[in-house]
Design a protein. Structure first.
Length: 278
């Protein structure tokens, strides 16, 4: 059976309907409220390319810039991994049970981390704490990891304006310097091998030193650049540790391979003093 509702109203009933009274009592019907104009959705092309819509994108941009900076300054040894949208960047250093890592925390801190894969590795590193911190030159936080966590983090934290483009080169220099110091500290603690082969890029300085026949020699950075046929990276002009042999310092390793050692580095006059090794 078909259901159908039928409505019928007499005049008295219609007068009782508010909206009908309003419609027929002679009052002016107000105009409709204006509909707000919709704002167009901005495309990525409409936004400033230096502003990122999410923390993930900011983090990825930071690591992309760091990788580019290291590559531009002959530090491919640091940045062998693809930058991702995350708050950490891992750096394998040839050890089987730990790696080094940079992390970002709340856009206010960059930390250099020794990431030990298990408790036994942490205990071994902890037993060498005094050597590592003496060579590194600063204290680490050894006990921030959760007690029940398998992996353990040994952390050196640095406050910084992480996502400020105008501050990033200065921050990247700091990261490279501290990475090199930590590698030196781990080499001194017998945790990393110091036998890094010299690179082809510096083969000419090796040939020069082997044939110069001098027991002592001073070279300006400009003279070194003339010998190797290319510019030195910025770290050579900024950090004395660049000229110290270690797992990551190819120039210094090449000088040692040629039978010399760096006795002194003067960053003001841009000069190194070398002496023949016994």
């Amino acid at each position: 059976m078909e259901n159908r509702w039928e409505f019928s109203f007499n005049n008295e009933q219609l007068d009782k309907l508010v909206y009908v009274n309003f419609a027929v009592d002679g009052r002016t019907v107000p105009e409709e409220l204006p509909v707000p104009e919709e704002k167009p959705i901005q495309s990525k092309e409409d936004t400033d390319t230096h502003e990122y819509s999410s923390l993930d994108e900011q983090q990825k941009a930071f690591w992309v810039n760091f990788v580019k900076y290291c590559n531009d300054h002959d530090r491919e040894d640091i940045v062998g991994r693809k930058p991702l949208a995350q708050n950490w960047y891992d750096i394998p250093v040839g050890a089987n049970d730990f790696l080094l890592q940079f992390t970002i925390t709340r856009s206010k801190y960059v930390s250099l981390v020794i990431y030990a894969f298990d408790g036994e590795t942490f205990k071994r590193l902890e037993s060498k704490k005094s050597v590592i911190e003496k060579v590194f030159g600063n204290k680490f936080d050894w006990y921030s990891s959760r007690e029940k966590s398998t992996a353990k983090r040994i952390v050196y934290k640095h406050e910084a304006d992480v996502f400020n483009p105008g501050k990033q080169e200065e921050l990247f220099d700091w990261m490279i310097e501290k990475f090199d110091l930590l590698v030196d500290a781990l080499v001194s603690a017998d945790e990393l091998d110091n036998e890094e082969p010299s690179g082809e890029k510096f083969s000419e300085i090796k040939k020069y030193l082997e044939s110069c026949g001098k027991s002592k020699i001073s070279l300006t950075f400009a003279e070194v650049e003339n010998i190797i046929g290319t510019e030195l990276c910025r770290s050579a002009y900024t950090y004395p540790v660049y000229w110290k042999p270690s797992k990551t310092h190819t120039m210094a390793n090449t000088i040692v391979a040629a039978g010399y050692e760096v006795i002194s580095v003067d960053l003001t006059s841009k000069k190194i003093d070398l002496e023949k090794r016994n």
